[in-house]
Every structure is written in C-alpha cells, then in structure tokens.
Design a protein around this ligand. Structure first.
Ligand SMILES: Nc1nc2c(c(=O)[nH]1)N[C@H]1C(S)=C(S)[C@@H](COP(=O)(O)O)O[C@H]1N2
Ligand SMILES: [Mo]
Length: 216
C-alpha cells in the first residue's frame, strides 16, 4: 500500500521533470470511468451507424461493417482528465479523422471550421476542425488491444491526449472525447457542447490548465 503510493509519487516526480504531467494533475494506473447520465448499451450493432453531416460535400452514414472497413491506425498517448487524473501510455486503435479526410472518405467544405461530436443520449462536445486533424485524436474502437468496454464508450468513442515525447500538438482534457459516438457534424461556427455549456473551458488545454470558463 505505502509502496504503491510511494511508487506513484516517484513516477509523478519523474514525469514532472520530463514535463510530461501537466500542472495540477496526478498520475493514476487505474482507468476511471466518468460521464454524465446513463451508460449506452447495445444488444447488437445492427442498428448502429455513424452519421457525418453538415458542411461536407456528401453526407455519409456508415453502419458498423462499413465503419470497420475504413483505414485503421493506432496511437499511444497520455490522457488528462479535468478532474485531475492523468494516465500515461494509453494504447488505442481506431480511425483517424485526418486519414479519412486525406483519403477522401470525408470531404469537408472550405467553410467547415468546427466539428461537433454527437453521442448517445444527447451528449455533445466541440473542437475546431484543425484540432480534430491532430494525430493525438482518434475515433477509437479498441483500448489496450480489446474492444472498448460499455463504460468507456463501446463501440466507438473519440479520444484525445498528448504524446510523451512531443508537445507541439494541440491537446485537450479528456472530456473533449465523446463516448458512444454516433455523429460528426461539420460547421462554420462553433457550438458549445455539454460540459462547455456547463462551466468547462472551451479551449480545454491541460498545459495551460484551462479547466473552467471564467465566471465559474
Ligand atoms: N457520451 C459521453 N461522453 C463523454 C462524457 C459523457 O458524459 N458522455 N464525459 C466525458 C468526460 S467528462 C470524461 S472525463 C471522459 C471520461 O472517459 P472515461 O470514462 O473513458 O475515463 O469521457 C468524456 N466523454
Ligand atoms: Mo471529465
């Protein structure tokens, strides 16, 4: 018990020296579950689809089989929750929006500047399109080699984190990754998501500790 705490503290200090742990965060080895409202559960994925709509040349609706034929990639990154835990070296597999756009699966109109993630039960979160094209953001189907668990967003969620050895990428606290993703909406103007309307900072950069919006 004590040695666990000690090890965690020691790791935290090392991490700080390596500039890997943002201010005000503590390292965890667990994977906490956090969301507002119920967990979405699916008996099967027969009726599941992902809708890509708004300012795109052509709207897309992919069913689960179609989604799984899209080009896949994986990424290892550190994740930072606004409730002050960070977890290092999380390994995700899924589909990169950057790749989908580069390979023409999604063709945003030039006027598209923001992407809204639409999730089950009405949860939304918003990011600029150029941010969604970073390599440290993924539409993830797998965590640590396994399909996502229901609590962590099965079958599809967005994840955003930071790289251990690079700081030039834009990054955000973990709430900017919607679990149980069902739609991506491309827009010219921003639209605040669920937590962003409820006091969280719209920029959400953990390196600048942008946790809450002013006035909260
Ligand atoms: N659909 C949905 N996605 C969500 C949330 C939510 O309430 N609903 N909460 C966000 C918050 S606040 C966090 S910290 C992360 C937590 O992800 P985890 O449960 O996999 O750790 O999910 C984010 N994605
Ligand atoms: Mo959160």
């Amino acid at each position: 018990m004590f040695s666990n705490v000690f090890n965690r503290k020691a790791k935290e200090n090392l991490a700080k020296e390596g500039n890997r742990l943002p201010q005000g965060q503590s390292l965890t080895d667990r994977f906490p579950v956090l969301h507002y409202g119920p967990t979405a559960t699916y008996r099967n994925l027969d009726n599941w689809d992902l809708r890509v709509f708004g300012l795109v040349e052509e709207e897309k609706v992919w069913n689960w089989d179609e989604f799984n034929k899209l080009p896949r990639t994986n990424v290892t990154m550190d994740i930072h929750c606004v409730t002050r835990w960070s977890k290092f070296d999380t390994f995700w597999e899924g589909v990169s929006l950057k790749t989908l756009i580069e390979e023409g699966f999604i063709r945003p109109l030039p006027t598209a500047k923001f992407v809204i993630q639409h999730c089950e039960h009405g949860y939304t979160t918003n990011l600029p399109l150029d941010f969604m094209l970073e390599e440290n953001i993924l539409l993830a189907t797998h965590y640590d080699g396994q399909p996502l668990t229901a609590d962590h967003g099965y079958p599809l969620r967005v994840v955003v984190g930071s790289f251990a050895d690079r700081t030039e990428n834009k990054t955000a606290y973990f709430w900017k990754g919607g679990k149980w993703l069902r739609g991506l909406e491309f827009r010219a103007s921003d639209e605040l998501g669920f937590w962003e309307r409820n006091g969280y900072n719209n920029e959400a950069d953990p390196w600048r500790e942008q946790r809450y919006s002013s006035g909260w």
